[in-house]
Design a protein around this ligand. Sequence first.
Ligand SMILES: [Zn+2]
Ligand SMILES: [Zn+2]
Length: 89
Amino acid sequence: MEGSCSRSKYSSPPDQDFLPKPYSCHKCGRLYKHNSSLKRHLDVECGKPHRYICSICEKGFKQKTNFQRHNSTVHGRCWKWGWKREDGL
Ligand SMILES: [Zn+2]
Ligand SMILES: [Zn+2]
């Protein structure tokens, strides 16, 4: 019987983004690859008010680290003592 979070047997697994996401939140419909991720979502995210709102795309985040990572990866901004645009604008 497979465990709920069995690791890949392959030494170099394919890009995880192409794997299916079988776990969906029954409240908001978000999809997750792992049951543990869905549980974390339900625990700390779903139904809770957003504490951090992206000023560019208005996406909300409950966790500061996710908010910072979003800004860094999506918008190219980095958090130091305030927002600093890496593109110079
Ligand atoms: Zn949800
Ligand atoms: Zn954003």
